[in-house]
Design a binder for this molecule. Sequence first.
Ligand code: SF4
Ligand SMILES: [Zn+2]
Length: 320
Amino acid sequence: MNKTILDRREIRAARTAKPEHNPWQPIGQDWEIERGVHSALRETLTVYLTGAECPFTCLFCDLWQHTLPRKTPVGALPKQLAIALENAATIPENAAIKLYNASNFFDPHAVPIEDFDKLANLCDEFVRITVESHPKFLGERCEAFHEMLFGRLEVALGLETIHPAVFPRLKDGMTLSDFDCGVEWAKSRGIGVRAFVLVGLPWVPAVEFPTWAARSTARAFEAGADRVSLIPLRTDDGILRTMREKNKIEPVTLGHLEDALAASFEVIKSETSGIVEADMWDVEALIVCQHCAADRIERLKHANQKQYLESEVPCHCTTT
Ligand code: SF4
Ligand SMILES: [Zn+2]
């Protein structure tokens, strides 16, 4: 295995041009049903916001495509969120919300502190508010936002993998100990933790994708996370796209996501009350066989809600 770690400049140079976004419009929004850690199913609204790009440059991350080439203007995020809530019309009782800004919510360039109050007020109807953050951005700003909220704050931290040879090449500015400390810091303040774990890794054979996802899930729960979202690796741009085109990365399929979820359920069965879920964003990109795709996607959605997988969907593609 090549041990070279690419620097930020090389990773950025391999990207295509950033699409333009209007800072006064959200990128999009989605409703889904999520299982609560200690409770029943919850309607959950994800709002995709745009703002300043993350200062870290993780090799696998494509979130920069949804960001602005400058600091987020004051007032832009409350405006985006207000539009998303208007589009959502009625908010169901006990709903949760994810404010995903394609960066770090507690980076002052990404979310101006002047907007915290307004953002917190707009979230008053939600019982859980999830935001993304690099562990190094947890601190006073996170505590301040937590105190302004009516519902419970949950931070989503990217662990991605514990593969010892891949982790240092994927993750920018983070060690496993940063992740552990971030989880501990949040939990000791009553803030929930969701961890992101990748399904699919560069430099790793596809047959190992589910095992590494399950091992990383186990590690996230050991650290104290409440919930793990399994995220299929996206290889549509930059260095990973070049690697895919040269057949140096095996594409992630629905089957890998199913197997990663099954393996993660096995790992946590006796050890934790945590929740594991397959991230369904852009799941259509993982389809290999059209005959069984719709049923398999439904099966994954059910598994996210029930925390077990129903029987396999029969198809010639999975039985051979
Ligand atoms: S810290 Fe998060 S948002 Fe920033 S580059 Fe890494 S994965 Fe992407
Ligand atoms: Zn099939």
